[in-house]
Design a protein around this ligand. Structure first.
Ligand code: ADP
Length: 297
């Protein structure tokens, strides 16, 4: 109930604010039962925000998976909407890849992930996406796969979050969607050109995440024109194919197994193929990542 949400977050006390998304603020809260939650409150000035929240509720109420963030409850007040999620203690995957400066300031807050931990996170999120693509209602396309939408619980178990722009049911291939969704830097170039949405667009975005995990570098893109730069940037990956060691996160260099690295490089390469039809599905990606894990053991 609204009363319980207000109590859990001490009336949305700004001290409990943990994040701000495009359409609302996220607060940390504790329910009466003691369960920790993340409470996402829509910004009432955003009409689109409300529709994203409703999509999220519709999608999340149908699905349940170890690797998808679960919705604990929600409250629809008409002009405002509040979503209550399980709390993800270790924050976003991106936090662990790039906030090294913070690490030094507060070494206990963040950890530098080992290659095995990173592979485990990739495998978990791939399983979450595979479930989403093949699950109820003929599948769901996430449409905004990126490292800030992969959250980690206290044991570093990865869960895919943020279903606000997802699309239910595999779309009719003849239908061209005019509502352009996603995040530059992660956008499938084929979708960008044709506006034809398939689950292979998520596979492309996931390939970008894999590359981030490997290189600990973000895709530096924020506008359509710069999408080209992004491709050029990842072009570096293609040139370095034979010598992947040169682009990896220096923190991994001391312990990564070369065969595991090569296998991982192959997976990235397949996910980033320009044509969706040439990319693997998430099931194959899961298999290949498991194999890269075996090679690291
Ligand atoms: P965006 O719209 O930018 O994807 P969200 O509104 O979903 O972001 O979330 C904003 C921030 O709040 C996230 O980057 C994350 O740090 C934090 N956050 C969101 N959901 C949770 C959660 N379930 N547990 C812990 N932190 C969360």
């Amino acid at each position: 109930s609204l009363a319980e949400i207000l109590a859990a977050t001490h009336n949305f006390n700004p001290k409990l604010l943990i994040g701000e998304g495009g359409f609302g603020k996220v607060y940390k809260g504790t329910l009466e039962s003691g369960m920790k939650v993340a409470v996402k409150r829509s910004d009432s000035s955003h009409g689109q925000g409300l529709s994203e929240f409703r999509t999220e509720v519709t999608v999340l109420s149908k699905i349940q998976h170890r690797h998808l963030v679960s919705l604990v409850g929600y409250c629809d007040e008409g002009s405002e909407m509040i979503l209550v999620f399980e709390f993800m203690e270790k924050g976003t995957l991106r936090d662990h890849l790039y906030s090294r400066k913070e690490c030094l300031k507060n070494p206990s807050a963040k950890t530098e992930l080992t290659w095995k931990q990173r592979l485990e996170i990739c495998i978990g999120s791939a399983k979450g996406l595979h479930y989403l693509h093949t699950g109820p209602d003929g599948g769901i396309i996430h449409r905004d796969v990126k490292s800030t939408n992969i959250l980690l619980d206290e044991h570093y178990v990865a869960k895919v979050a943020d279903f606000g722009v997802s699309q239910q049911g595999m779309p009719d291939p003849n239908h061209i969607s005019m509502g352009f969704k996603g995040t530059f830097g992660y956008l499938d170039p084929e979708y960008f050109r044709t506006f034809q949405l398939t689950n292979k667009s998520d596979v492309y975005s996931f390939g970008v995440v894999l590359l981030e995990v490997l290189c600990a570098r973000p895709p530096v893109v924020d506008s359509p024109q710069k999408e080209e730069i992004n491709l050029a940037e990842w072009g570096m990956f293609w040139q370095m194919k034979g010598q992947l060691e040169k682009i990896i996160d220096p923190l991994l260099a001391s312990h990564i197994n070369l065969n595991s690295l090569r296998k991982f490089g192959e997976i990235v390469e397949k996910c980033l193929k320009p044509q969706g039809a040439d990319r693997p599905n998430m099931h194959d990606v899961c298999w290949d990542l498991e194999y890269a894990m075996q090679l690291q053991q």
